[in-house]
Design a protein. Structure first.
Length: 439
């Protein structure tokens, strides 16, 4: 068994053996978005005096991607799986090491309830490990599926850039189609979690629709909103403590934020270079631009020979190239001054809706298409730089995109915990058909 490879808080397993409570609520984190969205849920379970563990896979271990967030939310992992290596090894290590721990907990007579988030590798692997031991997961941010505008929409846009037509066309559901594997591999991950899920916590009714169409039981699907709203409220309450504008004074007067890290963008020369060219065009037009540098961003810049062009941008006073910031409060404090956010991130699309800031999604489709159908977000397909820049400029000056209705609810962690505890009073979270049919 691989328990020796896991780092535990001293005395943890012994304390669990002595604890008389039957259910262990296991909140799993691994990446920066995991921490942001799972921390409020973990804190809510702690406040309810439930037996709760916080598990970290070790995937994001750097301070700016993990440690700063953990410090900021005042949480401390009970164990770390210490995974490492290429993606397939991280997946197998997560399944193997967590599976061995779950065997130990099951032998203690415990029923483990993993809380997994979104479309991450961790969600997929943890759900897999738990399902094999008859433990059903609570899938936080469940049902996110990508919709993509039909090809003819993009063809018409390329032939004649008509912003009003394009903005309106994107809000017509009949112009969209499903089935994309992007974002990759996240769309695989979120789908793979489904069969091992005992409670689907869908952010919006559109996600509920996707899950129902895929055949999941209606009584186990709850539309609750997104826990990012809880995390964002914590950050907003602390934003007066942020010193981010002392570090980056130009941001105070408004800026365009770029973050580009999706594999399909960063592994394709045309897509990444198109986005990079749009950044150059905006900077040269005297827009203040912030580009967040992530691992995939750096790899793409090097692989596609863009370092000299990046250096030229860095020499301009209206361009900021920065590593990911360690504190979520700084991110939110800065974004209050953003005029538009150009991103291939999923979470940023949600956050911009909550904050009322226009969003431009640098993909061919979106797994938060509700924000586009609602009018606060648009697709900028990474076909060429001038097209992307035009869409960003149009979104920046479009009053209809600002302060759209907030889609992701409030007090979401409270709702999720309420649903879990109510369900456990009635029947097992892991449910065979004799449970469901009550026969």
């Amino acid at each position: 068994m691989s328990l020796d490879l896991i780092t535990f808080k001293p005395g943890l397993l012994e304390a669990l053996a002595l604890d008389q409570r039957k259910h262990i609520h296991l909140v799993m984190i691994a990446t920066k978005p995991d921490i942001i969205k799972q921390a409020p849920l973990y804190l809510e379970l702690k406040q309810r005096n439930e037996l709760v563990l916080l598990g970290h896979t070790g995937q994001h271990y750097e301070f700016n991607l993990s440690g700063g967030m953990i410090e900021e939310f005042g949480i401390s992992p009970d164990f770390n799986l210490n995974i490492e290596g290429p993606l397939h090894q991280k997946i197998s290590q997560t399944i193997g090491r967590l599976g061995d721990l779950l065997v130990e907990l099951k032998a203690l007579g415990k029923i483990v309830i993993p809380y997994v988030h979104g479309d991450t590798m961790t969600a997929m692997a943890v759900s897999n490990a738990a399902h094999g031991l008859e433990f059903a997961s609570v899938h936080v941010e469940s049902g996110i599926r990508t919709l993509t505008p039909k090809r003819e929409i993009f063809v018409k846009l390329l032939e004649n850039f008509d912003w009003n037509w394009y903005y309106t066309a994107l809000q017509d559901r009949s112009n969209w189609e499903s089935g994309s594997i992007e974002p990759y591999p996240e769309q695989y991950n979120t789908r793979a979690v489904g069969p091992g899920t005992g409670l689907f916590c869908a952010p919006v009714t559109l996600d509920q629709e996707f899950l129902l169409n895929e055949g999941y039981p209606a009584d186990r699907i709850k539309v609750v909103g997104n826990t990012v709203t809880d995390a964002l409220q914590i950050a907003l309450s602390n934003q007066s403590k942020s010193t981010i504008f002392e570090k980056y004074p130009p941001l105070k007067d408004g800026f365009i934020r770029f973050c580009v890290h999706r594999r399909e963008n960063c592994s394709n020369s045309q897509r990444f270079t198109s986005i990079f060219s749009a950044i150059e065009e905006l900077v040269n037009a005297n827009e203040t631009v912030l580009l967040i540098s992530m691992y995939q961003t750096k790899v793409a810049i090097e692989e596609f020979g863009l370092q000299s062009r990046l250096n030229a941008l860095i020499n301009k006073p209206n361009f900021i190239y920065s590593e990911s910031w360690p504190y979520y409060t700084d991110v939110i404090a800065a974004m209050e001054k953003a005029t538009v956010c150009a991103t291939d991130s999923g979470s940023m699309q949600e956050e911009m809706n909550i904050m009322g800031i226009p969003c431009v999604t640098l993909r061919y489709g979106s797994d938060r298409s509700e924000t586009i159908l609602d009018g606060g977000n648009v697709i900028a397909p990474p076909i060429n730089g001038p097209l992307i820049a035009k869409i960003i400029r149009a979104a920046q000056s479009e009053p209809r995109m600002k302060n759209r209705p907030k889609l992701y609810g409030e007090n979401v962690s409270i709702k999720i915990v309420d649903h879990v505890l109510e369900l456990l009073e009635k029947e097992p979270l892991f449910r065979f058909e004799h449970h469901r049919l009550q026969l």
